[in-house]
Design a binder for this molecule. Structure first.
Ligand code: FMN
Length: 234
């Protein structure tokens, strides 16, 4: 009986140490080791729950605005789980009980889908639940943009105007294009401000290969508006 109990305990401990990386926002006290392994970056899972967001921040809005800038030189180092989680929340996370987001969208259509490229896969950010859903396995960071600095970015994002969501609210073609572009701008600027607070480098890019991106994310009815590279600054 004692042996069975010991075996079950070992299995439970192993399970906990494996799953803590994926279910990071479950109330688990993460060990220092886990904190420093940049687990989102190396995790491949159909769903990755993102760590809780610290909304107190470490900089005032005015300081972040003062520091906001484009940066294209990255060391290749990874972002922490906290940074990945918070930059996505800044871009388009839920910030109110009624489900509205950190970025405004026309008629609250919430049509800007944020695709996240890590070293392990491409994921779709789901604001409800604050989690990532796997879209494709593999490192496609360099495909998010056309310029060489994507090679050393820690993660990249593509903001996609979701036409299904806009058609459902009877937006016409012109409105879908216009609001897809304007609403992406708000999300991108939020990422810029978060990067200013964290002293991370970022650049938003219109020079992207939209056909390649559509293929990578298997996009059926939408438009990849802009990509954004994020990395630890050189
Ligand atoms: C809509 C948009 C598209 C951009 N596209 C690119 C791009 O494809 N490649 C790039 O290196 N920078 C791109 N940029 C970054 C601009 O070059 C940069 O914002 C500009 O030089 C001003 O610098 P700052 O952001 O530091 O103020 C883009 C910026 C915006 C707003």
């Amino acid at each position: 009986m004692k042996k069975i109990f010991a075996a079950v305990s070992v299995m439970a401990a192993l399970f906990t140490s494996c799953s803590v990386k994926v279910k990071a926002n479950v109330e688990v006290e993460k060990s220092k080791e886990v904190e420093e392994t940049y687990s989102i970056d190396t995790t491949l899972s159909s769903v990755i729950a993102l760590p809780k967001v610290d909304t107190t921040g470490s900089m005032t809005l005015m300081e972040a605005l003062k520091n906001r800038k484009t940066g294209r030189a990255y060391t290749g180092a990874a972002l922490s789980d906290r940074q990945i989680s918070e930059l996505l929340w800044a871009a388009g996370g839920v910030n109110r009980e009624d489900g509205r987001l950190t970025s405004p969208t026309a008629r609250n259509v919430q049509q800007i889908d944020i695709y996240v490229y890590t070293k392990r896969g491409v994921f779709l950010y789901k604001p409800v639940g604050h989690q990532l859903e796997l879209v494709k396995e593999g490192n496609f960071i360099a495909k998010a943009g056309k310029q060489p600095f994507y090679e050393k970015a820690a993660v990249a994002l593509t903001f996609v105007a979701n036409y299904d969501k806009m058609e459902a609210l009877n937006f016409d073609e012109k409105a879908m294009e216009f609001y897809g572009a304007t609403d992406t701008g708000f999300a991108s600027q939020n990422v810029y401000l978060y990067c200013a607070q964290e002293n991370l480098g970022t650049v938003v890019c219109g020079m992207i290969d939209r056909d390649t991106i559509k293929e990578v994310i298997s996009l059926k009815n939408g438009y990849p508006v802009l990509s954004q590279a994020i990395g630890v600054q050189e």
